[in-house]
Design a protein around this ligand. Sequence first.
Ligand SMILES: Nc1ncnc2c1ncn2[C@@H]1O[C@H](COP(=O)(O)OP(=O)(O)OP(=O)(O)O)[C@@H](O)[C@H]1O
Ligand SMILES: [Mg+2]
Length: 220
Amino acid sequence: MRSKEPILEVKDLHIYFYTYAGVVKAISGVTFTVYKGEKFCMVGETGCGKTVISRAITNSIPKPGKIVKGEVIYYGLGRPVNILRLSEDELRELRGKEIAYIVQDPSSALDPLYQIGYQISETMYDHGMVGSLKEGILKAVELLKQTLMPDPNKRIKNYPHELSGGQKQRAVISMGISNTPKLLIADEVASNLDVTVQAQLLELLRRLVEKRPHPLLNHP
Ligand SMILES: Nc1ncnc2c1ncn2[C@@H]1O[C@H](COP(=O)(O)OP(=O)(O)OP(=O)(O)O)[C@@H](O)[C@H]1O
Ligand SMILES: [Mg+2]
């Protein structure tokens, strides 16, 4: 049963890109509410603004983009907070811990220079979820197991380029869920993969979010 308590409210969002060719009005007046325990899905054609809206939720629109108007109210902290008014320090606390964003392109989320076990561990260590990186790596094995990664004990020692697309996606999902965020934003996590892997990953996410409340799912 869906609770009527909101976890996120996006109000009258306007996002413009200030390019040399002129102003691109990517988003003009988007409003929606996500309730606790709800799976919320954004569907639309390419370029309609799904990624830009997802990024606005953690106030991380890349330049030359700018949120020119609107509010993003987050309710997970026990009081309503407008994310667009938070300082960089406050945002760092929020991102990854309260709200996790699994990006559309897994390669851009992984650092090519570090083993994936280390990268997952570091995400948890940065937010004080584990006492040491070593402890984090043990947890990373468990998280990878949950995402049905084959041979997680071996995979944690792999660098991103040693993983297949589906395996990279599993690593990024592990990172996204590692801090048990209250809101999970998954931006087309499976669109570049073959249909069998797509089905597996979506099923996996569905199972994972059932255990963890307040997910937000962008369309598959
Ligand atoms: N760096 C940029 N410079 C200029 N315009 C941009 C930039 N990034 C995004 N946009 C504009 O924002 C719009 C929305 O882009 P967005 O990436 O959110 O689309 P999307 O719905 O996620 O598409 P897809 O399904 O292909 O991922 C685009 O149509 C484009 O006009
Ligand atoms: Mg997109």
